[in-house]
Design a protein around this ligand. Sequence first.
Ligand code: GDD
Ligand code: MG
Length: 441
Amino acid sequence: KMRYSLPLGSRPFGPLCIMHQMEVVELEPRPTNNDNRLSDASEFTVAVFEDELNRILEKLVIVVPCKDEDVEVIRGVVKGIPSLCAVILVSNCSHRHGDNGWEAQARMLAEFCTWGREGCFVHQKYPRAATAFREAGVPEVIDPATGTLRNGKGEGMYLGIAMAQSYFSQRRYIGFIDADNRVPGSVTEYCKAYAGGFALVQRSFAKNGTEPEDVMVRICWASKPKHNSETGRIEFVKEGRSSRIVNAFLNKLFAVQGKEKDFITTGNAGEHAMTMDMALRMRMANGYAIEPYQYIEPLLRHQSSMVSSGINGQTDKPYPLKRTRILQIKTTNPHLHRATGNDHITKMWAAGLGVLYHHLLPSRACEISGLDTNITELCREMRQFAVKNSAIRDTEELPRPTIYPSLDHADLNSFRDFLGEPCPGHDGSEALGFYGLVGQA
Ligand code: GDD
Ligand code: MG
């Protein structure tokens, strides 16, 4: 159960429709009238109920990218994930043995799954995972120096999507939750917010008889608590240090009639979920550029599909792509995670601006999508900002992201054939394991 404030409309940009932020207003509402709506003097809200949420949760797989977090911290995250969801732990942990090595991470997940949850552990550097991608025709994700998958959160998510489609194919939604979250209760809320967002869209499809679209739910946290060492106090900061910057530029990009404030609140949302079809259709950016890229990828895909249909002389054919709808949901729990240094933050926003800079600059996508913004000017501003804030020198360009092909262009049958049937459990000698009910469905 969950109650939300109704979004005050949306903004359409060609194939992309971005909804204004909604907010969780009640975590455990009681049933009201049939329409699930209540209006008071000023506000409309809408509630989603247990059965609707469960119908989505049982079709949802949650990918948890992790590195060297303590096993107890990762365990807290898995604790918070509703047990109807399958869990894929994609680890890029630097060491195998010891209390917090990747074998211990895998064991922890295996323990959880003895209670009936479906789970999978895979190490990002598992050599067979790289070969499986080569078999699938995606050598780009392999680092030629090591022959294993490249490092990066985006790359870990990419592996997670391929695993989800290969081994959890009956699950039609995929969500991501960082492993360094210290509040298991907020993890539960994120999963419920994902499910609630999808359920609301489904409801409106059913009501209006419209075609289902690609749908994405992005989380905006109520706050990010930070310890201020000078005052000794915990401050409940509203916007993260990187989000603040990336959101500001996305807001300029998606401004309508000069109104640019507070529309995009989820540019960097590490916590987000989408329909599996959308995850397969989208190209992905490397590392931390992955999240901001998701905002422009549908526009770019639209443009390239128009170009390619033009080449085939079929420009007058109806536009074949699905529309993409992005929901932004603000949750009630704080987002408390590992504190990181300024260098990390600078790299993160520079990567976010870089992905916008390099992909918007030469593209007609913005024009086609009816964006009002002067893109050349916006790109110049981003670059200037990065120079002024010492992310790059004035002779340098913003970082250029690597873009990986959409997985619906990959041969995922070969990927799965190569990795084999999900054998239950694993002996700890291999960096791949399946637990619980996988393959028994
Ligand atoms: N598998 C894998 N491989 N996981 C990774 C890798 C990798 O190479 N790099 C990072 N991760 C995992 C971390 O272990 C963590 O659980 C999660 O991805 C997020 O990484 P952090 O290093 O904690 O990132 P952050 O907290 O600074 O940034 C997060 O929030 C941002 C928004 O504020 C990330 O989710 C960003 O993507 C997001 O933009
Ligand atoms: Mg973090």
